[in-house]
Design a protein around this ligand. Structure first.
Ligand code: GLU
Length: 549
């Protein structure tokens, strides 16, 4: 067979050679040890936590080593493509603070190794396939879907491995004349790689997370170019990661099984293999079975990144949590370096987990509390405003009109040695402080059971009579104590605990009545401060309203 002639028959319009592209995309001049990584999502319209987990690993590996990280859009499968998915993807990634040095951006593409959108790289892939055909390493296959299905059935019956290999690769050795005739007849075809793999032979590849991987060679004649002239993932990944000079391919563990194909393709092209970094899927403990299982798109809303945006998690908190599950010693480092920038952490692929990473929402919430405790009132307000603007117009209007008051609210117990750690995400924060606004006030908790309805009224009546916003915190509390003692409650909780039969309750119960009247809750930040921010009119009307209950 004259393979040059075949290559011309199949790709008459391809005039470039692999060397042309080698020259166009030269080796990057980067310092020793610098990693070039990429995120390569398909625009399916669903960007999830696993994507962000991988993207953060890409970004950190590149940037802690002085390398580069780019974003490539893998849109060669038009069946899976969703209209408008790319802008959503870009917005979501930038929301979570992932920045790329090259690739697709909202204003087009940046970088010298593009195009970074696979559908725009058809000529490059075809050039590389033509090169393989010329060497006798790839061939056209005209088999129809029906023929392939029949083969699959026969293999299943005979309990043989499925696929197009060996004798099942029927068009592996068609003559030039046969191929030409079929093309002239308008028959459609794909291009398959001619595998010379031997299942008894093992190859080795490097995985920076899992160490050495050794697997049997691939025997399948995989499709590398589809009928539409675009490549399959296997071939596109090999061509792109070579020409874009990727050093580390960070991707999901579902691609592990395809490594034999990829290694074979890199070798056939005469290209150096990248170092693979197969990360793990995110797992959770199922609420019902208590078993560890994969996060599922159908069952777990928390898999979607939109979930965190909508609830108003600070992107920094999500990122901080992901860092703790990405690198085993991050948490320890954070404890020792509470103020340090996460970028100062020595991130490495070898510290990534190689078996199911556990994602735990309550742990994320704890991390978020720590992150938010370090924010200033102004930062919290700014974030709450941008969240409300997107998701809750009513809250946005309320907040915009009350910025001064909100700064005071968010400033309660902020700063100092032991800042409050009870703010987690915007929606929760709003629920937490909405009692400051009459429009949103509601009784969230019950009255304390220790206090009778009659005493409650008495406490509130006296409280109202005595309340003076000019009192400082201790003068104010003295008055609460006086009511406590007058009504037969213990001024010191420990006295009540020692002799419960002597008292109706203690000062805590009395102040809970007041707190519940003013805030609707039995738990709140320092009540004196809360009331200072509310102002006398609101305090009065709340207590009066509660007395009617
Ligand atoms: N487009 C592939 C995916 O979304 C990318 C895998 C890779 O990173 O190579 O699964």
């Amino acid at each position: 067979m004259d393979y040059d002639k075949l290559a011309e028959l199949l790709f008459p319009n391809i005039t470039k050679t692999p060397e042309d592209y080698e020259a166009l995309y030269p080796e990057r001049s980067l310092p020793e040890g610098a990693m070039v990584t990429r995120m390569a999502p398909s625009p399916t319209g669903f960007i999830h936590l696993g994507n962000l987990y991988g993207a953060l690993a890409d970004e950190r590996l590149a940037h802690t080593t002085g390398g580069a990280c780019f974003l490539r859009i893998e849109d060669t499968d038009d069946k899976r493509e969703v209209e408008g998915a790319v802008p959503v993807l870009l917005d979501t990634l930038s929301y979570f603070g992932i920045t790329f040095d090259e690739g697709k951006t909202k204003d087009g593409e940046i970088g010298a190794y593009g195009p970074y959108t696979q559908s725009q790289r058809a000529e490059i892939y075809q050039t590389m396939v033509k090169h393989l055909v010329r060497q006798g390493k790839a061939y056209p296959c005209f088999m129809t879907e029906e023929e392939i299905e029949e083969i699959r059935k026969a293999q299943a019956e005979a309990k043989l491995d499925p696929g197009i290999y060996g004798a099942y690769a029927k068009h592996r050795d068609l003559s030039y004349e046969e191929i030409e005739k079929r093309i002239q007849n308008g028959e459609e075809y794909v291009i398959r790689f001619r595998s010379e793999g031997d299942p008894a032979r093992y190859f080795h590849a490097v995985d920076a997370i899992r160490g050495d991987i050794s697997m049997p060679e691939n025997v399948q004649d995989v499709v590398i170019l589809k009928k539409i002239g675009l490549p399959t993932y296997h071939f596109a990944h090999v061509v792109d990661d070579h020409l874009m000079r990727t050093t580390h391919v960070v991707r999901g563990e579902e691609w592990m099984a395809s490594v034999p194909i990829h290694v074979q393709l890199f070798d056939a092209m005469g290209w150096e293999r990248p170092i693979f970094c197969h990360n793990t899927v995110l797992m959770k403990i199922d609420e019902e079975t208590n078993q560890k299982r994969k996060l599922s798109k159908r069952k777990d809303p928390e898999l979607s990144l939109e979930y965190y945006k909508k609830l108003g998690y600070f992107p920094e908190a999500v990122r901080e949590y992901l860092m703790t599950i990405l690198n085993s010693d991050y948490e320890e480092w954070r404890l020792a370096n509470p103020e340090a920038d996460y970028r100062d952490f020595d991130f490495s692929a070898s510290k990534m987990s190689s078996s199911g990473t556990l994602f735990d929402l309550s742990k994320l919430n704890d991390v978020s509390k720590d992150v938010l405790a370090k924010k200033s009132a102004a930062q919290i307000l700014e974030f709450m405003l941008s969240w409300a603007e997107e998701y809750h117009r009513d809250i946005f209007d309320l907040f915009s009109a009350n910025k001064e008051k909100l700064l005071k609210i968010f400033d309660i117990d902020r700063g100092g040695e032991k800042p409050r750690k009870d703010l987690i995400f915007a929606e929760q924060i709003f629920g937490f402080m909405k009692y400051f606004f009459d429009e949103y006030f509601e009784y969230q908790d019950e009255w304390p059971a220790e206090v009778s309805a009659q005493d409650r009224k008495e406490i509130l009546t006296r409280y109202l009579q005595g309340y003076d916003p000019a009192d400082d915190n201790s003068a104010w509390f003295e008055k609460v104590r006086a009511i406590t003692a007058d009504l037969g409650y213990a001024v010191k909780p420990k006295d009540y605990k020692k002799n419960p039969e002597q008292y109706k309750g203690h000062v805590g119960h009395v102040s809970t009545v007041i707190r519940r009247a003013v805030t609707g809750k039995t738990n709140s930040p320092d009540l004196w401060t809360v009331q200072q921010i509310m102002g006398i009119d609101m305090v009065r009307s709340r207590v009066e309203k509660a007395m009617e209950q």
